[in-house]
Design a protein. Structure first.
Length: 312
């Protein structure tokens, strides 16, 4: 891994924020592999001020947002299609406020629960990053586990692409709660210089993000970027996290997403344990957890987790 002493600071401004993925927008920052970045992102909606009452309309970065308010794109000098971008998450610090809403948009879940057409429920959160706790206006508290919902690079296809569905090449709106500080996410690149954008800070989330939002908040993220060119164990999106090794599947069909996540994990086990595929599957059946990452973003997500220290 390349290590440089260079650290860049990037804050959200009208020039440095974007609500789509595209390779056709000029980068707001160009870095070298091994550089460290301190990136501040607004919440997913791009609020410039916190809500003071549930559902209050506050000014936003984009008058009419087409997707998440992200900071970027960031170019990585020398990155090329076929490389993997290693995103090492060193620290994630939420701002002092956040919000959660459920029932604001019609979905299969609101239909199933019989709440379509009813007033949405808003939770406003006071966040104490130092104590690692959040308390909402309904009087409930929970421990924080901050991460970014969106970390993605530009797709190969020309034009502008929605930030809402995650993609098998490039990632994006992965919404995996295990991508906390200490994690490294590996993203396959489709375009030169990567063109990384990130944001959608979550102070905490449950697997599934079942209501459509987490504790949405602005976030300050310290990360380091590097390139992987030598043959890696996997060419698909994967991660090494404090919880363990993780592989992902994304598809409109949850069964397909599950199969893709499992297939990638079995392939990884073949490499790291030096076993055949059937043996890798047998071992996976004893040790690997399949989790629904999110059901909120058109393309569903499943992640397979090999917990740290389970197989030795």
């Amino acid at each position: 891994m390349t290590i440089h002493d260079t650290t860049h600071r990037l804050d959200p401004t009208p020039r440095t924020t974007v609500d789509v993925f595209t390779a056709e927008r000029a980068p707001v920052l160009t870095v070298d592999p091994g550089d460290t970045l301190v990136v501040r992102s607004l919440d997913a909606s791009g609020y410039l001020e916190p809500q003071t009452t549930p559902g209050e309309k506050q000014p936003t970065m984009f008058a009419e947002s087409r997707g998440h308010c992200l900071t970027g794109p960031i170019a990585v000098r020398g990155a090329r299609p076929g490389d993997l971008l290693a995103v090492r998450l060193l620290s994630l610090t939420p701002d002092p406020w956040g919000w959660t809403v459920a029932g604001a948009l019609e979905s299969p879940i609101t239909e199933r629960l019989g709440i379509t057409g009813q007033p949405p429920s808003w939770l406003l959160w006071d966040l104490d990053a130092e104590a690692g706790t959040g308390t909402c206006n309904a009087g409930f508290s929970r421990q924080l586990a901050p991460f970014l919902g969106v970390i993605g690079v530009a797709p190969r296809a020309t034009g502008e692409h929605s930030t809402i569905p995650p993609r098998t090449v490039g990632g994006g709106n992965i919404d995996c709660k295990e991508l906390v500080a200490g994690s490294t996410l590996y993203l396959p690149l489709a375009v030169a210089e990567a063109m990384l954008s990130l944001g959608d800070g979550h102070a905490a989330q449950g697997d599934g993000e079942v209501g459509g939002t987490a504790i949405e908040c602005p976030m300050t993220t310290t990360l380091a970027l590097d390139l992987v060119r030598e043959p890696p164990p996997l060419r698909s999106i994967h991660a090494e996290t404090p919880a363990g090794r993780i592989t992902f599947g994304f598809d409109p069909d949850l069964d397909v997403a599950m199969g893709d996540a499992l297939d990638a994990m079995v392939c990884w086990l073949e490499v790291i344990l030096d076993v055949d595929k059937s043996t890798a599957l047998a071992l996976a059946s004893t040790a690997v957890d399949l989790r629904i990452t999110q059901v909120a973003n058109q393309t569903w997500g499943v992640h397979a987790v090999l917990p740290t220290g389970v197989l030795v």
